[in-house]
Design a protein around this ligand. Structure first.
Ligand code: ATP
Length: 872
């Protein structure tokens, strides 16, 4: 690509000029994303009918004389709103930050060099480079193109890709332009930007796809529904409390205020906000671990995932290719050296060979094909070589440089006329190049694919027919190399004397075997997956034996599991595939469309599938998977668009980390649901039981609101920050249809809610009887019992499997601090004389405190001890 560019006026803009234009014309963005308005979020906190009823009732009570009461109630409502605001603002902010992270990038030529920039920084006049899978970042005129096709469905609705050509001087020919938001489906292009941001065709329609979708997760929706039911139940109970109070002769107005306050306290209005915050915070934690979640529901699905279908190259392996072996018709060479360093020798039968001065050799030809049938390149930047392109191709450049063949010399000596690009269906690539003497087709690719196009073989510089015997030997050699985990590429060529560029009648040259070591962390992640009941599956375009050898090394394949190839898949019906798909661990030599069938088959068998993908053709499979995962580095824009999650480091281990995080988030959501609901039931029951027993009202409105403020907000939020439990990755994946209240959670919630209510009423009655109907004291005792029961219980909610005595009280310091704050608040309203007046409380003596502690802590203590004894 570089070579042709140099012949055109393709230096692009200087970075200085680009900066000037950016300042003058603004960023290349579609401005439909609404800015988050703090005021709007704050106001939305009051967007609740019951809160307005409470405010209205309070204002009336203020007018009627209870001024301090009214002011405090309003203050509590405002404080509550601020808490809600902080939660929601944080959520919005973190979602905003994520959007920036997933902002698209673009390849531009600035100061004569190709660089990758934020697509928002593109300006008119910039030269952009595009290849198959790229999303076009701005409207641009094509200067150079090669087999270029573009999907313009986003603008035209037409799903068939359209052919595009380089500008030939004819103005206003749409086929010479590519438009922002469209995707390149085939070939490559160099184009000059003619419009950016709102001036593009897309800008005119102002219909840019958002990179993060904010729709609600299934769990959020279910909780919204639950919330609605709870509202009705609460309203009924509050109504009963109010009516029975009035029937008993209490003041109607007082009872109305109590009813409304109880409704405000009992309705778990914080629940959706905390669920969103914990999802959003989880997403932020995942970003730190290189997993960028684009669609929030994915976080929930991650916890249910039980199959991960992963690409091999770059995800399970390092994608740092190094050629180790070259095999010609009658010669074999070992190549020394590591990584991308240009140092290494060619050893034949233990003897070092000089390749550079042996120009007519077959090996020389192979190296030449490797250099020219190749789109990768390097620059010398800051005293080191920086490589751009596909590692398979880079390793071939490094191989040739080791022999002394210079990439830049060869690419200026040979002119490229045409390219038939590599694609994962054909599994090969060809170029037509000329030098001053002849015109050649140079081809490289998967051994079976190349052999199919070959009719001759080059043996020591002599061309002979390639008979079946020779073919068999080549395939045997290929299998031998592949079974030692080498990735094998075959090379071929022909001299061309016409303008027909078909890939046939080629002359076979030889094979190259390259290693691509597994990523170091992958073995552990695979073992972790298996322990967690998740099946890891390798899907690769590579050879069966290469795939199998690597799968064995990283334990993806067990002795009772099998490898299936794309060809074998073609022969299987969908039903047959479904019937034994869980016995397959490796799919080799597959084409992208196979991936789609594989996802479908797993889903049909009832699995929840995570599937990785990078190329354009992977997008359907990625979209079909329950969790579509795109590669952040290797992935094309189209795949990233289709995915629910992007792996910023392309690493398999990151998927496992994300699953772990998904499980933690779900666990934590259950924890604070358990806490919030049991507490709210406790509050409602306290009032309800007292009214049933015809007792005086145990808590006045301001006290009810105070309980809500002290217990609902901070401790529940702290629970959402709980770390992973020890067994998080040794449990089976959650069933997707499982209710959030499964495993007896409902029972735990109801049970504890009732106990909290009963104990609070007991403490209230006991104090009333013992202290000559001192209602203020009895209410203070009831208030303290209710609050402390919740503050003790919150520690139990930290785990459904382990006692807090096993977990350790101080292992979630956020919780310890939030409980301390709530406790200090309680002490303040009991002991600070000014607040005593407002909250109608009284100092408690030692015997009162003993009663409070017994009624609030005994149950938590006993149940923790029982669990501790059971070793949980
Ligand atoms: P993954 O494991 O992620 O599916 P892969 O690299 O194994 O990736 P493909 O990229 O589809 O799968 O490659 C399939 C085969 O095509 C390889 O085994 C190799 O023989 C050949 N091949 C790969 N890259 C090139 C290339 N740039 N030019 C020619 N042939 C290639």
């Amino acid at each position: 690509m570089q070579m042709e560019y140099q012949k055109l006026d393709t230096t692009g803009l200087t970075s200085q000029e680009a900066k000037k234009r950016l300042n003058k014309f603004g960023r290349n963005e579609i401005n439909t994303t609404k800015k988050i308005s703090k005021i709007k979020i704050l106001l939305s906190q009051f967007n609740d009918f019951i809160v307005w009823v409470l405010i209205a009732a309070t204002i009336i009570s203020g007018i009627m004389g209870e001024k301090a009461d009214a002011i405090t109630i309003i203050a509590i409502i405002i404080l509550d709103a601020i808490l809600g605001f902080i939660q929601e603002y944080r959520t919005e902010k973190s979602l905003e930050a994520l959007k920036k992270l997933s902002a698209p990038t673009a390849k531009v030529i600035r100061d004569g060099k190709q660089i990758i920039i934020d697509a928002g920084e593109i300006v008119i006049g910039d030269l952009i480079e595009l290849e198959s899978g790229d999303r076009v970042p701005a409207d641009a005129l094509i200067i150079f193109s090669e087999s270029l096709k573009c999907d313009e469905s986003i603008l035209t609705g037409e799903s068939v890709s359209v052919e595009k050509k380089a500008f030939s001087g004819k103005m206003n020919d749409k086929s010479n332009y590519i438009y922002m938001g469209c995707t390149i489906t085939n070939g490559r292009a160099l184009a000059k930007v003619v419009a950016t941001g709102m001036n593009t065709e897309m800008g005119k329609i102002a219909n840019m796809l958002q990179s993060i979708e904010e729709f609600r997760t299934p769990l959020q929706e279910r909780l919204d529904k639950l919330g609605q039911y709870l509202v009705y139940i609460c309203l009924i109970v509050c109504g009963v409390v109010t009516v029975t109070g009035v029937l008993r002769g209490e003041n109607i107005y007082d009872m109305f205020l109590i009813g409304v306050s109880l409704a405000v306290a009992a309705i778990p209005e914080g629940l959706p906000a905390i669920v969103t915050v914990s999802l959003a915070l989880g997403v932020q934690r995942m970003v730190k671990k290189n997993a960028l979640v684009k669609k929030l529901p994915a976080v929930e699905t991650l916890g249910c995932t039980n199959v991960i279908c992963s690409d091999k190259t770059g995800t399970l392996t390092q994608n740092k290719m190094t050629v180790k072996k070259i095999v010609l018709a009658n010669k074999e060479y070992d190549v020394t050296g590591t990584g991308y360093e240009f140092k290494g020798d060619f050893i034949e039968n233990g003897v070092k060979r000089d390749i550079l001065n042996n120009k007519n050799s077959t090996l020389h030809r192979l190296l030449e094909i490797g250099l020219l049938c190749n789109n990768s390149y390097y620059n010398y930047e800051k005293n080191r070589y920086v490589f751009y392109g596909d590692p398979t191709e880079i390793s071939l450049i490094v191989l040739a440089e080791k022999a002394g063949l210079s990439l830049n010399k060869y690419r200026s000596y040979f002119k490229r006329i045409r390219e038939i690009p590599f694609d994962s269906d054909r599994k090969m690539m060809s170029v037509i190049v000329t030098n001053s003497n002849s015109k050649y087709m140079y081809t490289k690719g998967a051994v079976e694919s190349v052999l199919k196009s070959c009719r001759y073989i080059d043996i020591d510089g002599k061309v002979m027919p390639l008979d079946t015997d020779l073919k068999r030997k080549i395939i045997q050699m290929n299998d031998k190399l592949a079974s030692t985990a080498l990735r094998v590429i075959a090379f071929a060529y022909k001299i061309i004397d016409s303008n027909s560029y078909t890939e046939d009648n080629l002359i076979y040259v030889g094979l190259v075997g390259m290693i691509d070591p597994p990523r170091r962390e992958v073995l552990n992640s695979v073992l972790e997956c298996r322990a967690a009941g998740i099946k890891p599956v390798m899907i690769t375009g590579d050879h069966k034996l290469t795939a199998q050898a690597i799968a064995k090394e990283i334990k993806i394949i067990n002795s009772d599991e099998m490898v299936i190839t794309g060809d074998e898949l073609d022969k299987l019906s969908d039903e047959k595939l479904v019937s034994f798909i869980d016995k397959v661990s490796v799919f080799a030599r597959v084409r992208p469309e196979h991936k789609y069938r594989i996802v479908k088959a797993y889903k049909k068998k009832g699995y929840v599938v995570a599937m990785t993908g990078d190329g354009v053709n992977d997008a359907p499979a990625v979209k079909e998977a329950d969790i579509g995962i795109a590669m952040g580095i290797q992935g094309t824009d189209v795949t990233k668009e289709a995915a629910a999650m992007i792996l910023m480091d392309d690493n398999f281990a990151t998927i496992v980390e994300a699953i772990r995080e998904g499980r933690v988030i779900y666990d934590n959501i259950r924890k604070f649901i358990r806490y919030l609901l049991s507490c709210n039931i406790g509050e409602v029951l306290t009032m309800f039981l007292s009214s049933l027993l015809k007792l005086p009202v145990p808590l006045i409105p301001i006290q009810i609101l105070f309980v809500n403020l002290a217990t609902d907000g901070l401790p529940a939020m702290a629970l959402s920050l709980e770390g992973a439990e020890d067994d998080i990755m040794t449990r089976r994946p959650r069933d997707r249809k499982e209710s959030i209240f499964s495993d007896g959670l409902w029972f735990k919630i109801l049970n504890r809610g009732m106990l909290i209510g009963i104990c609070t009423v007991l403490s209230f009655v006991y104090t009333l009887v013992k202290f000559n109907s001192d209602i203020t004291l009895a209410r203070t005792v009831a208030l303290s019992t209710l609050i402390l029961s919740q503050l003790f219980h919150v520690f139990e909610c930290r785990s459904e499997r382990q006692s807090i005595l096993n977990l350790g009280i101080f292992t979630n310091m956020y919780l310890v601090i939030s409980v301390l704050i709530s406790f200090i608040m309680l002490i303040s309203i009991i002991y600070i004389p000014y607040l005593q007046g407002i909250f109608s409380t009284k100092p408690l003596n030692t015997s009162n405190w003993i009663l409070v502690l017994l009624c609030s802590g005994l149950i938590s203590l006993i149940s923790s001890l029982i669990n501790y004894k059971r070793g949980r």
